[in-house]
Design a protein around this ligand. Structure first.
Ligand SMILES: Nc1nc(=O)c2c([nH]1)NC[C@@H]1CN(c3ccc(C(=O)N[C@@H](CCC(=O)O)C(=O)O)cc3)C=[N+]21
Length: 282
């Protein structure tokens, strides 16, 4: 038996075309959705990601404003720039690319973004809204994962056990809360979980977001499970791989997302969707 693939690239293209329709309508009404992207420093991976976000905006008819600063930028200057953008009615979403240089307090920078423009969903107000089930921006990666689950008819998870491996503020924790909101019974596992394999084998939906190449192997997967691989690991040979060992996992899982071409493209599509939503909400 071999798992069916969830084609994130194709589903992201569908989401982006829906976004483009909404963006065109807003633009026609004199309100083109606009995303500001701030990059601090010259990390090559970050430069690639930021370029991809900007070109995704253009393709969907959103305006993008890219601001690039040297790694020596002072935190106070960055905060001042964000305050100006918060006041700018022509900017609907603000994204500060992470990671930031170590002398800048990333959480303080995120809290400076107006929650109404927090299209990453990283602000403490957005996190709190998710926790208590209020409207607000949801982090793009878990939102993209939920959209993938809906796409395969697994949007409602009552009676299902979901296991999230990883507990970051940007993926693991919000992912667990979104699965819970879909009525799953949720376990959050992490590097310190005893017998991780046994925990994973309970999962009808397994989300891997640990940042360790191929650590989830076929023997850790319940037969027929949905396996969502959030990991994007660059190997020494330059190739990309996920947190899931695709070769062994695909013989056991019912559904599986590839890397690349899985969660990554969905993250960018949901960023555009959040930006259009920010614009539509005025
Ligand atoms: N404020 C902020 N928001 C973010 O959303 C954010 C961030 N900072 N910092 C870095 C991470 C990483 N991230 C990715 C998004 C898409 C792909 C993606 O589309 N990946 C392609 C492959 C790209 C490649 O070949 O390198 C894929 O998986 O198919 C990857 C990584 C967003 N991040």
């Amino acid at each position: 038996m071999t798992a069916q693939r969830i084609d994130g690239k194709a589903l992201a293209a569908q989401v982006r075309s829906e976004v483009a329709v909404r963006a065109a309508a807003l633009t026609a009404a004199g309100r083109q959705p606009a995303l500001a992207v701030i990059l601090v420093g010259a990390d090559p991976a970050s430069q690639v990601y930021v370029r991809n976000k900007v070109s995704a905006c253009e393709q969907a008819g959103l305006r993008s404003v890219l601001e690039t600063y040297g790694a020596e930028l002072r935190e106070a200057e960055l905060l001042a720039r964000i305050h100006t953008m918060n006041q700018d009615d022509a900017i609907h979403g603000i994204l500060v690319q992470l990671p930031l240089p170590p002398h800048i307090d990333a959480q303080r920078v995120i809290e400076a973004i107006s929650p109404r423009k927090d299209v990453d969903g990283f602000h403490v107000a957005s996190a709190g809204a998710l926790m208590v089930g209020q409207p607000g921006f949801r982090p793009c990666t878990p939102l993209g994962c939920m959209r993938m689950l809906e796409h395969i008819g697994m949007g409602k998870l009552r009676g299902k056990h979901a296991v999230v491996v990883g507990r970051s503020n940007i993926v693991g924790k919000p992912m667990a809360l979104m699965l819970l909101a879909a009525d799953a019974t949720v376990t959050i596992a992490h590097s310190g979980t005893p017998d991780l394999a046994a925990t994973c084998r309970h999962a009808d939906v397994l989300v891997a977001a640990v940042g360790r190449p191929r650590m989830i192997t076929g023997s850790m997967i319940k037969p027929g499970a949905v396996v969502i691989d959030v990991g994007i690991n660059r190997l020494p040979d330059g190739s990309l791989c996920g947190d899931v060992d695709f070769e062994s996992a695909q013989d056991v899982a019912g559904w599986i997302t590839p890397v690349p071409g899985g969660v990554g493209p969905m993250t960018i599509a949901m960023l555009l969707a959040n930006t259009v939503q920010a614009c539509a909400q005025g």
